[in-house]
Design a binder for this molecule. Structure first.
Ligand SMILES: Nc1ncnc2c1ncn2[C@@H]1O[C@H](COP(=O)(O)OP(=O)(O)OP(=O)(O)O)[C@@H](O)[C@H]1O
Ligand SMILES: [Mg+2]
Length: 389
């Protein structure tokens, strides 16, 4: 098949959008509503952010913009998200635009409580999806993605229908951890079909951006990408969707925790004190937005020597269990630091899928069972799953 060698640029897209006008007749690029435009590999992605009240007038504009971009030579797919933003003080489900600089360190400032708490602003669930749970960590590099993948596989092994969504805007890694090279197909031009791996439906923000693409996403862009991955993907009927969240407790994470209709959160930590301080921030963040913490996983908990079988607690194992007790959240289990987990994880062959009879797979399945029980116990999973418990 002949593929155009001409690289499509943002300017090409912008030029096409200049021919689309907003509700007031202004050319779309002049309306100040466009996010950054991401162009990778013939795929174009951007969002239009408008006042929430104006969304109905803008929907046809969004559709025309999508059509105009799709008509460009070299475009294989175009996704345009329309994001309604409430004016401050108006309340509602959309985030207020705030700088995103905050990452680790100080927890995000408290969001003013809406009257009625989260119930008043809880995002709508995804039709057909039983429970969405976040896998999060206060800091990066603690094995969050590895845990998310193996936990999802553990839930699959319990007989649940599982989806996994990689929402880590800073370092999407599910394509790598699951050995996915292809891109999702579109259905009917607008909706995406998740990739299926190891019996799970998979979507990653990494499918929409190249690994090398610098992280230039602005807040609204991130939110619309997330909304799109949740709501414009044919997830089908799922018992559980596991979301690999971006590490940290900054503004982007808090907004995500608020915007995704989460039934619970699993916090991953290593045993060191410093990691635990961050884990505590993670728990505080979810509590602030009234998302129940299903528990803590201690990852890289201890080292099992592959030669002699001896065990060493190189990071001072057990810190997360003690922390969980102190904070009154369940302790979900300990995962050893093990070369097999690392090698399998990094080569796209997650251990639960490829060594299901090994001890590591059993550890992850036990963690999955506790997560499942935590959800079922609180009535957050469908009855079918409670019966299986
Ligand atoms: N229990 C483990 N034993 C050995 N290696 C592990 C274990 N858990 C994770 N790793 C390895 O540690 C590295 C970081 O893990 P992973 O990518 O899952 O972390 P993360 O918290 O998602 O990181 P990031 O913050 O970059 O998203 C990877 O190379 C992974 O294979
Ligand atoms: Mg990760």
């Amino acid at each position: 098949m002949a593929v155009s060698k001409m690289a499509l640029s943002k300017d090409d897209v912008r030029a096409a959008l200049a021919k689309v006008s907003g509700p007031d007749g202004k050319a779309l690029p002049e309306t100040g509503t466009l996010s950054d435009i991401v162009v990778t590999d013939g795929k174009v992605f951007f969002s239009i952010t408008v006042d929430a009240a104006a969304v109905p007038q803008w929907e046809p504009v969004r559709a025309r913009a999508e059509q105009a971009v799709r008509a460009l030579a070299g475009v294989t797919s175009a996704l345009v998200a329309l994001t309604g933003e409430r004016s401050p003080g108006a309340g509602g489900a959309t985030p207020q635009r705030r700088p995103q600089a905050q990452t680790q360190g100080q927890p995000a400032p408290a969001r003013p409580q809406q009257p009625g708490g989260r119930a008043a602003q809880a995002p709508a669930g995804i039709p057909g999806v039983g429970a969405i749970i976040a896998v999060a960590s206060g800091k990066g590099g603690v094995g969050k993605s590895t845990t998310a993948v193996n936990l999802a596989l553990g839930l699959r092994d319990l007989g649940l229908t599982v989806g996994i969504l990689d929402a880590d805007i800073y370092g999407p890694s599910l394509p790598k951890l699951l050995g996915i090279r292809e891109r999702p197909e579109t259905i009917g031009g607008t909706r995406l079909k998740p990739i299926v791996r190891h019996g799970m439906s998979v979507m990653s923000i990494g499918f929409l951006i190249e690994e090398e693409t610098p992280m230039i996403w602005r807040g609204p862009m991130v939110m619309s990408a997330l909304t799109q991955m949740l709501r414009e993907v044919e997830w089908g009927a799922l018992d559980v969707m596991v979301v690999d969240m971006p590490p940290g407790t900054g503004d982007a994470q808090l907004t995500m925790a608020q915007q995704v209709p989460l039934k619970g959160a699993v916090i991953v930590s290593t045993p060191q004190d410093l990691a635990l301080i961050d884990a505590r921030r993670g728990i505080a963040m979810f509590r602030r937005v009234n998302v129940p913490v299903l528990g803590i996983v201690e990852n890289m908990s201890y080292f099992l020597c592959p030669h002699c079988g001896g065990r060493s607690d190189i990071f001072g194992h057990g810190g997360a269990r003690a922390e969980a007790e102190r904070l009154g959240v369940p302790f979900l289990g300990e995962v050893p630091l093990d070369i097999e987990i690392r090698e399998k994880s990094d080569s796209g062959q997650p251990v639960v899928a490829t060594s299901p009879d090994g001890s590591h797979a059993q550890i992850y399945r036990d963690i999955a069972a506790r997560v499942r029980d935590g959800l079922a116990g609180a009535g957050r999973l469908a009855p079918k799953i409670v019966i299986e418990a």
